[in-house]
Ligand binder design. Structure first.
Ligand SMILES: Cc1ncc(COP(=O)(O)O)c(C=O)c1O
Length: 364
């Protein structure tokens, strides 16, 4: 048997949410009747025009992708109002997270982040041999930036700020993030993960991109996986200071962003009406869902994203299994909490019907 690293061997491989086929087999359900609200994906497909553009890109599938992402980087730089050298793309923002952690972390250093937050921050630390400090969220399920600042010491190489935070859906006010960044030593890289940026509609929140392009130790991560409905194409990007991105790129595999994804992301840009339509639909459905939870007396956290953190019972594994049996896959969290993605109108209707069934069966 090969000798595996102890820390890697101790990991449980990341669960992306149970596959529909798996649930169908176990519960004898028709796969078409099952809905997956466990991975914060878009309920809608890609933007108009993408399928045609991406299909055409397949004609050149025998060629390696454009390693400099020339077209996409120019178009995105224009859209964001930054320079092309302020951008670094990756195979999903998760891949960038791993590259960044490799570039600045490693044995003897530590990554600091809130908890619960995106589980991949822990994976990225472990893969790279970086230590990690998980700072509990405050009583409002938001990042406790004071406690995070206090957790930084001379071994800290990076801080992850998930804003909005997954899985709780809360935002950290941008003024507080600015103040936090001003307290952090310049040798510590602050990575602000804005995967759910487009869903936020709150005056206290602003993107950290203007800070990231002005400071060598701040990076913003974004993705085409959420609002743009391109999760399968794996396109994420970092926005930051040019010389910082040059260093980070040294930890990245070449040719890591596939050409079909590049073309699909490019064709998604310049469609602000579609972004608005989708964010408005998400916001209305999210508020409806939170209203349903309030009416049923279920604890939930005010969400600014495309998912809601709520407490359907005391044993989240058991309760989410009750949902699964009825064809709705949601994500169990610790201490009775669960996370559900906002779906399409039909999916949301089915979710509410199943929620009521589960609550009723629990009451019996
Ligand atoms: C906070 C956060 N960051 C990043 C990602 C992953 O994005 P990508 O698909 O670009 O790897 C997710 C996915 O769920 C997420 O919740």
């Amino acid at each position: 048997m090969p000798r595996y690293r102890d820390d890697i061997s101790a990991l449980q491989a990341y669960e992306v949410g149970r596959p529909i086929e798996d649930v169908a087999r176990e519960h004898g359900l028709d796969p078409d009747s099952i809905i997956k609200l466990a991975a914060n994906e878009s309920p809608e497909g890609p933007f108009p025009g993408i399928i045609e553009a991406a299909t055409k890109a397949l004609i050149s599938a025998n060629r390696y992708p454009d390693n400099d992402l020339w077209d996409l980087s120019h178009a995105l730089a224009d859209e964001l109002g930054v320079q092309r050298d302020n951008l670094l793309f990756g195979n999903g923002s998760v891949a960038l997270l791993a590259d960044i952690t490799n570039a600045v972390g490693g044995p003897g250093t530590k990554s600091v982040y809130g908890w619960p937050s995106f589980i991949m921050y822990r994976f990225a630390a472990i893969w790279s041999g970086t230590g990690y400090v998980e700072v509990p969220l405050n009583d409002s399920f938001s990042l406790d930036l004071d406690a995070m600042a206090a957790a930084i010491d001379e071994d800290t190489s990076m801080v992850m700020i998930c804003n909005p935070n997954n899985p709780t859906g809360t935002i950290a006010p941008s003024d507080d993030i600015e103040a936090f960044i001003n307290r952090v030593p310049e040798s510590v890289l602050v990575v602000v993960d804005e995967a759910y940026h487009e869903f936020v509609d709150d005056d206290r929140y602003r993107s950290a991109i203007p800070t990231a392009v002005a400071r060598t130790n701040v990076i913003v991560l974004r993705t085409f996986s959420k609002i743009y409905g391109l999760a399968a194409q794996r396109i994420g990007y970092a926005v930051g200071y040019p010389s910082t991105l040059v260093e980070l790129r040294k930890a990245q595999q070449p040719l890591t962003v596939n050409q079909v994804g590049q073309v699909a992301a490019l064709a998604s840009l310049g469609q602000p009406e579609e972004v608005r339509r989708r964010t408005e639909a998400n916001s209305a459905a999210r508020h409806h869902l939170m209203g349903v939870m309030a009416e049923r007396g279920l604890p939930y956290v005010e969400s600014h994203t495309n998912f809601v953190f709520f407490k359907p019972g005391d044993d989240s594994r058991r309760v989410t299994e009750e949902f699964t049996k009825r064809g709705v896959i949601i994500r169990p969290m610790s201490r009775g909490w669960a996370r559900v993605t906002v779906g399409s109108p039909d999916e949301n209707k089915m979710l509410v019907a199943v929620l009521d069934e589960v609550l009723e069966s629990d009451a019996d």
